[in-house]
Write a protein that binds this ligand. Structure first.
Ligand code: CTP
Ligand code: MG
Length: 229
C-alpha cells in the first residue's frame, strides 16, 4: 500500500468571508472547521503524516487541534505558511518525510467524503496525479479584459476543481521547485504539475465538497453540521 502525506493549507486570512478569526479555526457544532476536515482523512488507510500551514498566531491552536483529532501515533507538524496559498504549500512540502504520495487539501473543505479521497489516491498511484472535481453545472464563458465574451467552451469538457489534489511525491516536489524558480503562480496545485507535461486525471467528487469562501458558504456548512444560524 502506498504511504500518503497530507498537506493542509490553513494560513489564509479569509478576506472574502470577513469573519473575526481565520476560517479554519471557526467552530461549528463544537469543533473547529479544521478538526471537521481532519476527521475526513483519519480513516484513510495509507495516511502517515499530516503537515499544516497556519499563521504564526495560530500555530499552537493548530497543534492542539491535531492532538485532539489525529490518532496518537500519527506524525504531524504545524508550520508558518506564506503570503499566497502556493507559498504555504511550498513551505509545508519541505517538511514532508518518507511518502509515496502527497495529498493537498484545503482546511476549509470539511465535507469531502473519505471514499472520494480513497478513489483519488488510487488514480494518483496509477497515473501520477489526480484531482477531485465536479462537472461544471453552469455554462462557462471566456471573456476579454472588457468582459466581452470571446468563447463558450463545450461544457462537457469543463470541470470545477476542488481538493484533494494528490500526486507522486517526486512529481509535486519538482513542480513546486520549478514554479518557485520560474516565478510561476497557479491557482491550484495541479496547474503547477500540468505545465511540466505530467498526466493528471480528474476524479468525480460531489458538490457538497464546497470551499467555505463567502458568508453563505459558512451558513450552509452550519446547516449541514446541524447548527442553526
Ligand atoms: N491559504 C494558505 N495560505 C495563504 C492563503 C490561503 O494556507 N497564504 C489556505 C486557506 O487558509 C484555505 C485554503 O488555502 O484553507 C484555500 O484558500 P481560500 O479559500 O482562498 O482562503 P483564504 O485565502 O483565507 O480566503 P480569501 O482568499 O477570501 O482571503
Ligand atoms: Mg485566498
Amino acid at each position: 500500500m502506498n504511504s500518503v502525506a497530507l498537506i493542509i493549507p490553513a494560513a489564509g486570512s479569509g478576506e472574502r468571508l470577513n469573519h473575526s478569526i481565520p476560517k479554519p479555526f471557526i467552530e461549528i457544532a463544537g469543533k473547529s472547521i479544521l478538526e471537521h476536515t481532519l476527521s475526513r482523512f483519519t480513516p484513510v488507510k495509507g495516511l502517515r503524516q499530516v503537515v499544516i500551514a497556519t499563521s504564526a498566531e495560530y500555530l499552537e491552536r493548530a497543534r492542539s487541534i491535531c492532538r485532539a483529532a489525529l490518532p496518537p501515533d500519527m506524525d504531524f507538524g504545524c508550520l508558518v505558511g506564506g503570503e499566497q496559498r502556493q507559498d504555504s504549500i511550498f513551505n509545508a512540502l519541505q517538511q514532508v518525510k518518507e511518502a509515496d504520495l502527497v495529498a493537498v487539501h484545503d482546511a476549509v473543505r470539511p465535507f469531502v467524503e473519505t471514499v472520494v479521497i480513497d478513489q483519488c489516491i488510487e488514480v494518483a498511484e496509477d497515473v501520477g496525479g489526480a484531482v477531485v472535481g465536479v462537472p461544471a453545472k453552469d455554462t462557462i464563458k471566456k471573456v476579454d479584459d472588457d468582459q466581452v465574451i470571446t468563447d463558450t467552451p463545450e461544457r462537457k469538457y469543463l470541470w470545477q476543481t476542488q481538493t484533494p489534489q494528490i500526486f507522486k511525491k517526486e512529481i509535486l516536489n519538482e513542480a513546486y521547485a520549478k514554479a518557485e524558480q520560474e516565478h510561476f503562480q497557479g491557482t491550484d496545485d495541479s496547474s503547477l504539475v500540468e505545465r511540466l507535461g505530467y498526466t493528471v486525471k480528474m476524479v468525480k467528487g460531489n458538490h457538497s465538497n464546497f470551499k467555505i469562501t463567502y458568508p453563505v458558504d459558512l451558513k450552509l456548512a452550519k446547516l449541514l453540521l446541524g447548527e442553526s444560524g
